[in-house]
Design a protein. Sequence first.
Length: 193
Amino acid sequence: MAEAYGNLALKRKQGTGERKNTQVTPLRQPIKVKRITERQSADPRLEATRKARQIRRSLALHQLKMMVQLISVVLILAGLFSFIVFRQARIMEMNFANLRIERQMIRIEQENGQMSEVLAQKTNLDLIRHVAIERLGLQDPARSQMVKVHVPAYDRVVYAAPLQREVDEETYLSSVFSTIEGYFLNIQSQRQA
């Protein structure tokens, strides 16, 4: 029987007595043999169809995920677009309602102006005077009862002195009195001028 080591499948080579020129070569590791049971080594065609079916399933699942994502993005965009269109439609409706109300206001103002014109034209001051004297007992004023009011062309503004923090009552009253006196002196000087 031949000499063998470890694994019976590998036989050890017998070396000859002669030595050749030796070169340093890296050591090769012995080949590891793995035992495969019959159940593991199925028919290669069945194994290939199983792998192909698994790849097809993963691709179909990936395509389904991509399709769902695409549909959801399209639905989101359609929802946003419809929301924007709906808001714009509401804004346009409100704008039309505002324009309708504005036109009604203009028409009512015109009618009001026309009614005021008609009333002014139909007003008879002599008739009003006659009714006031006859029915209500009013009299025409005498010349001494007529009062003429002089209305200045511009407003008079008299500024009060700024208030001090601690002011006694007498000082405050004297400042008010001087402010009022200044106002009336201002009016008198303008009447004389």
